[in-house]
Write a protein that binds this ligand. Structure first.
Ligand code: GLY
Ligand code: MN
Ligand code: MN
Length: 278
C-alpha cells in the first residue's frame, strides 16, 4: 500500500504540473493511468478516475460512463482529481484539488483553506483509540467555523452541528478503510459499533475506534451542489443558518476535496500520500 501510494502520488504530481486550461478532463485520467502503468507496473486503478473541473468538481462520483471526464477544462476552473492506482490487488485513493490555471481566486482560496484546515485538525488528532465519529464531527466543526467566519453561514456552530448543516456542503463521511477494496470491509462488524442513525452520521462508513495497523482515508470536502443548497434554503430549520447572497456568489463554484491515505501507528499516524497541499 505504501508503494501504490507512492506511485499514485507521483502520477498526481505529473498531472498537476502538466494539465492546463484547454485540456480535456480525460487527458488527466489518461496521463495518470499511463504513469502508474509505465513507471509503476500498476495495470489497474482501484476505481474509475474522477476528473471533475469547474461545476463537475461538485459531482461526487463524476467520471462514470454517463459522464466520462469529457469536459474541456477552462481557465478559472477548480480541478478535483480523485484517482488511485491498484498494485497486487491493493488500493490507493487520493484526491487533489487545485486551480487549473495555477492561481487560486479569493473564493477558491477560502474554500480550499477551509477544507485544508479540517484535514489538518484531523491529522493532528489521529492515533489509536480515537473514534472515527468524533473525527468526522471535528472536521465538520472546523469547516462550519470557517464558512461562518467567511460570511457564508451565520449562527452558533454547535447548533449547526445539531441541525446537520455540514452535510449541505459535505454530503459524505470523512473517509473509509482502504485495502484490497477501495471502500474496504470491516467498517461495521458484529462486535463493532453499529451504524449511527443521526442524519449527519449515517453516511459514515465506520463508527469504530482507530487501531494501529488500520489504513483509512481522510477526505474532507466542501461542495456547492445546487440541489442541496436549494433544499436547505427552503428548509425552515436550515435556512436560518445560510446567508443567501453569499451562498449565491459561490453557486457553480464546484467543490474541493483533499483526500489522503493514512496508516494508523502506535503513536499516531503516517501519511502514505505525498502530494502538494499548500
Ligand atoms: N474515490 C472514491 C472515494 O473517495 O471514496
Ligand atoms: Mn475515498
Ligand atoms: Mn477518492
Amino acid at each position: 500500500m505504501k508503494y501504490v501510494n507512492r506511485i499514485s502520488s507521483e502520477a498526481h504530481k505529473l498531472v498537476m504540473r502538466t494539465i492546463k486550461p484547454g485540456a480535456y478532463e480525460y487527458n488527466a485520467e489518461a496521463m495518470f493511468m499511463n504513469y502508474c502503468y509505465i513507471s509503476g507496473g500498476c495495470r489497474n486503478v482501484s476505481y474509475t478516475c474522477i476528473c471533475g473541473s469547474g461545476h463537475n468538481s461538485s459531482i461526487l462520483h463524476y467520471g462514470h460512463a454517463a459522464a466520462p471526464n469529457n469536459k474541456i477544462i477552462n481557465d478559472g476552473d477548480m480541478c478535483l482529481f480523485d484517482m488511485g492506482a491498484s498494485y497486487c490487488g491493493y488500493s490507493s485513493d487520493i484526491t487533489v484539488s487545485f486551480p487549473a490555471n495555477g492561481k487560486f481566486t479569493e473564493k477558491q482560496k477560502i474554500i480550499y483553506n477551509t477544507v485544508l484546515k479540517a484535514r489538518n485538525a484531523v491529522f493532528n488528532s489521529l492515533r489509536p483509540g480515537v473514534s472515527w465519529v468524533q473525527m468526522h464531527l471535528m472536521a465538520n466543526e472546523v469547516m462550519l467555523n470557517e464558512l461562518r467566519d467567511n460570511g457564508l453561514l451565520r449562527g452558533n456552530v454547535q447548533d449547526m452541528l445539531c441541525d446537520n448543516i455540514a452535510s449541505i456542503f459535505q454530503p459524505h463521511g470523512l473517509g473509509h478503510f482502504l485495502g484490497c477494496d477501495v471502500h474496504d470491509v470491516g467498517g461495521y462488524m458484529a462486535d463493532t459499533p453499529e451504524r449511527p442513525t443521526a442524519p449527519g452520521l449515517r453516511c459514515l462508513r465506520t463508527a469504530r475506534k482507530l487501531e494501529a495497523g488500520m489504513v483509512i482515508t481522510v477526505e474532507p470536502g466542501c461542495y456547492f451542489i445546487d440541489a442541496l443548497l436549494d433544499k436547505a434554503l427552503n428548509d425552515d430549520v436550515m435556512k436560518k443558518y445560510l446567508v443567501p447572497d453569499k451562498i449565491e456568489e459561490f453557486r457553480g463554484f464546484g467543490g474541493v476535496r483533499i483526500e489522503d491515505d493514512v496508516l494508523i501507528t502506535e503513536k499516531g499516524m503516517e501519511n502514505l500520500t505525498n502530494v502538494p497541499r499548500t
